[in-house]
Ligand binder design. Structure first.
Ligand code: ZZB
Length: 356
């Protein structure tokens, strides 16, 4: 034990690390042939239990999940847009609009290959193999490094499945198709919040216009966005406001949608105020981590991380994010921070006094 540890300045515990399963060790910058400087990106993975499978999916999973509950698991950076109050969950009161957040459906990519992965003896997750591989090193699956795929299923077969959505105005929502779901990000399942996500808003309006083309029933997608966050410049429904002002016609307007998403993220995070739920009236910046914590505590979500871009080790392995025991400097430690600030202000004071 060194002096810093004795003083409580360094800690020991599990932290996210970029890791090569093939090498069985962390993959630091110079050990990479691709993805230098990339670190872990943390998401909230929202669990949505399947209420009723679409016919093709039902046929595919028949007899293959061993009685496990199956969840579609979506990775989000905006947990604050989808939390439902614990009050509602615990008391099973009738739906209170006040406590229900903005999720209206969930999306999958029709040409993406998904898997149903056993995470324990009682639960299985629908997500991409890539996401399951990351989860396997984060204490989410039963045995570290073990990926237990029960079956593979294509996104198209999942469309029309109904999932339980404790966060939505409707207790069950549909799985719908979206063109721009990337197989290389998150779990490949996206929760739809058309009030605050321009991509979701544009996709739903495409689906309503051409249900037959997309192979869905129009009413599955005919859902009005639910106001969740208010911003001074864009009101209570930022995504529809941006779609209108930027004249975005459909999900095919990828460039404008990327721009709109950037604005919606910044405005929502820095200037947004919660309109509903336990943290009503609180700034989004402050509410976000609290909502995330609540969802995880309630067992409705879990922490999930993956590399923020493609990281390839020099041994040609695609790296994952693993939770690993590490020693680390506790930069946030209050006493240390106060000491540093005191020294810094003395230093700057001397610079001014000595006119250096
Ligand atoms: C709910 C939500 C509500 C989201 C919102 C965004 C917003 P990013 O920003 O590019 O890093 N997402 C997750 N996985 C995928 C995927 N595989 N392909 C395409 N989109 C995906 O991506 C993170 C966000 O993109 C996630 O957060 C998810 O949608 C979606 F109000 O979850 B989000 C201004 C955005 N608002």
């Amino acid at each position: 034990m060194n002096k810093l540890h004795r003083l409580g300045k360094i800690k020991f515990g599990e932290r996210y690390t970029i890791y090569s399963p093939k090498d069985g060790q962390p993959c630091m910058d110079h050990d990479r042939s691709d993805g230098e400087a990339l670190g872990p990106q943390e998401y909230t993975a929202v669990k949505m239990e399947v209420a009723e499978w679409a016919p093709k999916a039902k046929a595919a999973i028949e007899g293959k999940v061993g009685g496990r509950k199956v969840f579609l698991v979506a990775a989000t950076l905006r947990p604050e847009t989808m939390y439902v109050s614990l009050f509602f969950l615990i008391n099973e009161a009738p739906p209170l609009t006040e406590h229900r957040y903005g999720q209206t459906n969930c999306f999958v990519g029709t040409v993406i290959k998904y898997g149903v992965f056993a995470m324990s003896d009682t639960e299985a997750f629908v997500c991409t193999y890539r996401a399951a591989r990351n989860m396997a090193f984060q204490g989410i699956s039963k045995t570290r490094g073990d990926i237990n795929q029960l079956l593979e299923i294509d996104g198209l077969s999942l469309v029309g499945t109904r999932v339980k959505a404790p966060f939505a105005l409707n207790p069950e929502v549909y799985v719908l198709p979206m063109d721009n779901v990337l197989p290389t990000k998150g779990t490949g399942v996206v929760t739809s919040v058309p009030s605050d996500s321009p991509d979701d808003c544009a996709t739903l309006s495409d689906l309503v216009k051409k249900p037959a083309f997309y192979g869905i029933e129009a009413e599955w997608a005919a859902i009005a966005p639910v106001p969740v966050i208010s911003t001074p410049d864009y009101g209570d429904l930022i995504a529809p406001a941006l779609i209108k002002s930027m004249k975005i016609q459909s999900q095919k307007d990828v460039k404008q949608l990327a721009e709109a998403k950037e604005i919606a993220y910044k405005e929502g995070f820095y200037n947004g105020v919660m309109l509903v739920g336990e943290f009503k009236g609180m700034k989004v910046e402050e509410a976000k981590p609290r909502v995330r914590e609540r969802m995880i505590e309630a067992g409705l979500a879990l922490a999930y991380a993956e590399p923020e871009g493609l990281v390839i080790s020099r041994s040609t392995d695609e790296c994952v994010v693993a939770l690993m025991d590490q020693w680390y400097l506790d930069y946030g430690e209050a006493e240390w921070r106060a000491q540093t600030e005191k020294w810094a202000s003395t230093f700057f004071f001397l610079l001014i006094v000595l006119n250096i």
